[in-house]
Design a protein around this ligand. Structure first.
Ligand SMILES: CC(C)(COP(=O)(O)OP(=O)(O)OC[C@H]1O[C@@H](n2cnc3c(N)ncnc32)[C@H](O)[C@@H]1OP(=O)(O)O)[C@@H](O)C(=O)NCCC(=O)NCCSC(=O)c1cc(O)c2ccccc2c1O
Length: 322
């Protein structure tokens, strides 16, 4: 059993380190909610969370603890890779972990989730909110979660939100910026901003409006109601709702189906599905993919080779297609 005081200390430490905005997700092992309690392990989730130590979970996935792109260990998030599966899973210190997953060519799909069953994420830690944002170590504020949202949106691999319990406030925005959301039947969705004197007028509003339509988006923001998983599914906020005990199994199934498909096709599709909404940044992402593919062609290579060899390039053999 962990006391309220210990829990609160854990919550604050994690919230401070976690890019300053996100109150990380709880794991309620006990009857009351316990946000940010990464150390706690829910008895019913023991199977899956011991994967950290390399044990094999019931649905045949072996998770191994992973480091960041510089080989540094994480202290406040659980970042794991599924051995031989091409899947990464993160909770916090998210930007570093997402960078690593992006750069690791063995990873094709990323799962963003909370620990335990009580919450995915309940948004910015209101106890750390200052006049200039959410305070970090040096005690200056910043809305760092906005960087994270953009990072997920631009990441050239699908990011799946695996949601159990509350996904509210900034936590709700986070699941919306993910490419797909698989929800447990205990999931609760909603914005809280107007109740606590906050709002996300960026992705939190525009992506929501795309997902659920402008009227429903107004309802979600103006009334700040909470919605069940099945209501969220009907609204187009989530892709699937499954019983809590099947959540990870179902999410892995979706990951494996994606991983069977062409990584380049998925990459280009992700950027094209975002391109119009993301404006110049969306076009840049899509255009970057075109350049990337062109670099792999003989025609693209001829230009570079000719330059390096100090000769005139010969593009004459390349077709001018209709
Ligand atoms: C999530 C809840 C609905 C759960 O309610 P419940 O009654 O079941 O549990 P408790 O309320 O008792 O919560 C247990 C425990 O956790 C603490 N807690 C939970 N969430 C937060 C939080 N966000 N900040 C601080 N503390 C939190 C709670 O105080 C309890 O602690 P005890 O010590 O008392 O045990 C309910 O908890 C709830 O509604 N929470 C608040 C949700 C919220 O308002 N989130 C912040 C919204 S603002 C935000 O997230 C945000 C997001 C963005 O993307 C932005 C982007 C750009 C600008 C600003 C942004 C922004 O502000």
């Amino acid at each position: 059993m962990i006391s309220d005081k210990e829990l609160s200390a854990v919550t604050r430490r994690i919230a401070t380190v976690s890019n300053h905005l996100l109150l990380p997700v709880g794991s309620g092992s006990n009857s009351s909610l316990s946000y940010g309690s990464i150390e706690l392990c829910n008895a019913s989730m023991d199977d899956s969370y011991h994967r950290i130590h390399g044990e094999v979970a019931s649905h045949g996935v072996e998770w191994k603890t992973a480091c960041d792109e510089y080989g540094k260990e994480f202290t406040d998030i659980i970042y794991e890779k599924a051995i031989g599966e091409g899947i990464a899973k993160t909770i916090k210190e998210l930007i570093r972990a997402f960078n690593d997953a992006r750069d690791d060519s063995s990873i094709g799909v990323i799962i963003l989730t909370g620990k335990g069953t009580k919450a995915f994420c309940s948004g910015g830690d209101q106890a750390l909110r200052k006049t200039d944002g959410y305070a970090d170590f040096e005690n200056f504020g910043r809305l760092n979660v906005l960087d994270l949202q953009v990072q997920i949106r631009r990441l050239p691999k699908p990011v799946l939100a695996m949601v159990a319990g509350y996904a509210v406030g900034g936590g709700h925005v986070l699941h919306m910026v993910c490419d797909l959301t698989i929800a447990a039947d205990n999931a609760i969705f909603g914005q809280t901003g107007p109740k606590v004197g906050s709002f996300d007028a960026g992705h939190g509003s525009s992506i929501m409006s795309r997902l659920v339509g402008p009227k429903k988006a107004r309802e979600m923001w103006f009334l700040a109601r909470f919605y069940t998983a099945s209501e969220a599914e009907k609204m187009g906020l989530v892709n699937a709702v499954v019983p809590l005990e099947k959540l990870e199994q179902e999410t892995i199934k979706w990951c494996r189906e994606i991983l069977r498909n062409s990584p380049t096709a998925i990459r280009v599709l992700k950027s094209s599905l975002n391109a119009v909404d993301d404006g110049h940044a969306g076009l840049q992402e899509l255009g970057g993919n075109a350049t990337l593919i062109f670099y792999g062609t003989e025609e693209g290579n001829e230009g570079k080779t000719a330059y390096v060899q100090r000769r005139r390039p010969d593009f004459s053999k390349f077709p001018r297609r209709p």
